[in-house]
Ligand binder design. Sequence first.
Ligand code: PMP
Length: 462
Amino acid sequence: MRTPTSPVCIDRGRLKELNDRELKRLNNSTPKSEAMYERARTSMPLGIATSYHWRDPWPIYLTDGKGSKIWDVDGHEYIDYLNGFGCMVHGHAHPAIVRAVQDRITRGSQFCEPTEDAMIVAEELKRRWGLPKWRFSNSGTEATMDAIRMARGLTGRDTFVKIFGSFHGHHDYVMVSTYLPVEQIGPRDNYNSIPYGKGIPACVPPMTIPVPFNDAVATEKRVERLIEEGRKPACIMMEPCMMNIGVVLPEPGYLEAIRALCDKHGILLVFDEVKTGLTVAPGGATEYFGVKPDIVTIAKCLTGGLPGGAIGGTEEVWEPVERQEVWQVGTYNGNPLCMAAARATLFEVLNDEGYAHLNTVREHLLDGCQKVIDKYNLPAYPIGIGCKGFVTFSPVKVVDYESYLANQDGELTEFTWHYLANRGVMAAPGRDQEFTISVQHSIEDADRYIDVFDELASELTG
Ligand code: PMP
């Protein structure tokens, strides 16, 4: 990763003109999506199944996916770098996943009684993370919700600490201090606990204490103040590598310092690896950075595009569950269909060969983006890890939520998304989401991204 030395100054008028042109082109070329939206909004709020499918003026409705490609209702083909927000590291309709799911569904897909696959998946996750016991959930949200309950159940404490700006799912406890404008953040040593949207009871946010990423000193001071106030946290929940503000890596020594802080005070460390788990290394960020949490949550790509998640933990954190004092439950937890997909994911897709390919394609893509940045002297830098990456439009390195808000260029990021989409490259939308490469992406797919990025840079700066 290299930040630019003296980048060009982006002509904002030209950027606006180009962005308007690209938006118009996208809207004009997606009439069937528009018609589908008009129909869908009569039966679904905003015409979509989850608010995160929203796009102004209408979403792009899809029909098919195969390998690295997806198709929309207007017949456009895209190389998919959104990849289901990181669920589809397999690529679409991977033969191993199709085989496993087809086989399982013909033999029964839900019994609400245990099957062997769940045990085999748990054993493999245990081997990869070095955490002895695992249970399952149906999403990342359920995994982080259960992890917090387990931490509270074991310690008997209500308060917990999270990183300001991190997203951990949509249950009330974690929908706090994320996606906020700068004026609501509050002072760095005492960030505000603010609910993300309405409907969250007023008693909830004060239990969730936000601290800055990559700042162990500020975290230590905040934790010590909480202890003085008689509100020792049950856990610190964090993404070891932040992935909801592009990609922000931990600075050297940071994760170790947080681990030491937790050990010093008897606070549990929870790594939310819903995005990093299985995507950055076989044993996630835990393996990659060599710092071990007490609890880990994973989801997204674990179950091959089906809904699923998992929670791993030390013997100690599972004891209250073993004693039936803390309830970790769910009708669909570890259901046979998702477990068959997870087993195929772990043994047939995300194996050594799979990771080697992901790393090769990511390096090629980011090297290509770096060359374009250098050629046009753009205020940007590429950053990535495993199959995840991002071109951060910022002249300086982003290290936390505050520096992201202050420096990352949202307009340039939006323009890039429109420009790529119009040329058959589907990037992750918004200024916060990183791209995901799949095992079915080729070097040619990466070259297409680089070529379009070059074209964009040439138009923007020319
Ligand atoms: N944790 C993290 C780090 C996430 O990025 C997300 C979703 N983007 C979640 C939890 C929630 O996962 P889900 O959408 O499966 O509930």
